[in-house]
Ligand binder design. Sequence first.
Ligand code: PGA
Length: 252
Amino acid sequence: MRKKIAAANWKMNLAWHEGQQLLETIVRNNPTVLAGKEVLIAVPFPYLMEAVIKVKDIEGIAIAAQNCHHKESGAYTGEVSASMLASIGISYCIIGHSERREYQKETNEQLAQKMKLCFQQGITPIFCCGEPLAIREAEQQNDFVKKQLEESLFLLDPAHLAKVIVAYEPIWAIGTGRTASAQQAQEMHAHLRAVIATRSGKEVADSVSILYGGSVKGANAQEIFSGKDVDGGLVGGASLVATEFQSIINAL
Ligand code: PGA
């Protein structure tokens, strides 16, 4: 049975003393996370080591990185490799967030490379996909995300594909306060699962957790998560507020 996941993405927010408090609150309020559920918290690079220590005794809470480089190692000043992340105990990494695709011009090919390196290091990628507004308005979203999957996710070994976490994040819903409706989310998640099934079979497709991201908050989480193919959320803004993120965890 696939996991239900509440994943926080702090992006480039919070000083460490603020992040520390937020993490401590999350840990205090979730001394145990029910079996089959998982809370992931993607923090900025400088906080990773301390953050890992803070959650180490809590089954069901793990720290994630927000990115890694697509090369194994070498002269890439300012970059962080998958093996470095693994060496400090990180086991999840967001790959291909739309902000990185847009501002860092990350390509599907690079994202495939990043995921491959993650798996070599025992890190589970949280692979992001999703369409911009113009594509949604032209009703081309299904083909658009299918292509994103085909050009990156489908380059993985079939055994690895079965272990990936997918996050569907329509770009028009990220940080805008405008969420996809529960029906739009469910329709796209069912589509993504069908696309994965054509590649790897129904059993694999049914085992992949597919998260929704884009203006998820305490007030709408339960409705969005009610779709049968929606396995939780990847949450930006609302994950910075302990009470909001807690409601989202509870909505799982
Ligand atoms: P948001 O961001 O919840 O602030 O819309 C989601 C994300 O970018 O992962």
